[in-house]
Design a protein around this ligand. Structure first.
Ligand SMILES: C[S@@+](CC[C@H](N)C(=O)[O-])C[C@H]1O[C@@H](n2cnc3c(N)ncnc32)[C@H](O)[C@@H]1O
Length: 262
């Protein structure tokens, strides 16, 4: 396992496997906005939020912002395939730099993206300034990366590996433990609701689960050299080489903050 699977594929598999969670979340957030919203997706990736919001809100104009050209090209294909390409606009921008004019927004969406930025408080301040009074920002963050291995030895191995990766991400300055409620309040938002979801999928699992588990384990393995022992690396390789969907499960915890500009 030397080549990491792409983040883009992982994001697409996430929405395919956890489609009920994503559908309910989009319904919830969409119900908090106006009939004809201008939507801005911060760190849009492959478009899980941007495309779904455009589909759910047929009168919305959606601006999908990301620093990666590769992600935006992928997002454009997905938006066109979904028949919403005319209302989904891609904007290449680094959220840590001065923002381009994204116009006043009614709804902003930031899923699994704000922990990447250099200064989340500053980005939330800019989001607040971009929203119309009464506008809504939804921040979705991962409490943990998904776990797949069901047997006790595999589950313990996965925990050790995730713990090592979490240490690495903290060392690199990623904001995985940020208090988003406090940061939102500090930026001037009124936090209206916080929704924490423990996701637990057991067999029979969606068809894409095996692939999702494989690419997730491959991506995890790629970052682990020198961070866990050789026995754990060998065990992880062995699991990835012989994944059987019948032996898998999916566990993940995610939290979403729904905040309004007063
Ligand atoms: C984990 S992905 C999440 C994508 C998408 N929101 C989703 O939920 O599937 C994080 C995304 O944030 C983007 N990103 C990270 N740092 C960024 C920055 N400073 N400015 C703009 N986009 C950024 C990455 O390119 C990536 O597409």
């Amino acid at each position: 396992m030397t080549h990491p699977s792409s983040l883009a594929e992982t994001l697409d598999l996430d929405v395919e496997v956890l489609h009920e969670y994503h559908r309910d979340l989009i319904d919830w957030v969409a119900s908090a906005t106006v009939d004809r919203p201008r939507v801005v997706d911060l760190g849009a990736g492959t478009g899980t939020g941007a495309v779904a919001l455009a589909r759910r809100l047929p009168r919305a104009e959606v601006y999908a912002v990301d620093v990666s050209d590769e992600m935006l090209a992928h997002l454009r294909r997905r938006a066109d395939e979904a028949g919403v390409g005319d209302r989904v606009h891609t904007v290449r921008a680094d959220l840590d730099q001065p923002w381009p004019d994204l116009g006043p927004a009614d709804l902003m969406w930031a899923a699994a993206s704000l922990h990447h930025v250099g200064d989340p408080g500053r980005v939330l301040g800019q989001a607040h300034a971009l929203l119309r009074p009464g506008g809504v920002l939804a921040v979705a963050e991962l409490d943990s990366f998904p776990r797949f291995l069901a047997d006790p030895a595999g589950a313990a191995l996965e925990e050790r590996c995730h713990a090592a990766l979490a240490r690495m991400r903290r060392e690199r300055g990623m904001h995985l433990d940020a208090d988003w409620g406090a940061l939102l309040a500090g930026a001037g938002f009124a936090v209206e609701a916080t929704r924490r979801t423990d996701l637990a999928l057991d067999p029979p699992l969606p068809a894409a689960t095996g692939r999702y588990a494989l690419v997730s384990l491959q991506r995890m393995r790629h970052g682990l050299d020198g961070r866990v022992g050789a026995a754990d690396l060998a065990a992880l390789d062995a699991y990835a080489a012989d994944l059987d969907r019948a032996d898998l499960r999916v566990r993940a915890t995610r939290t979403v903050w729904l905040a309004r500009r007063p």
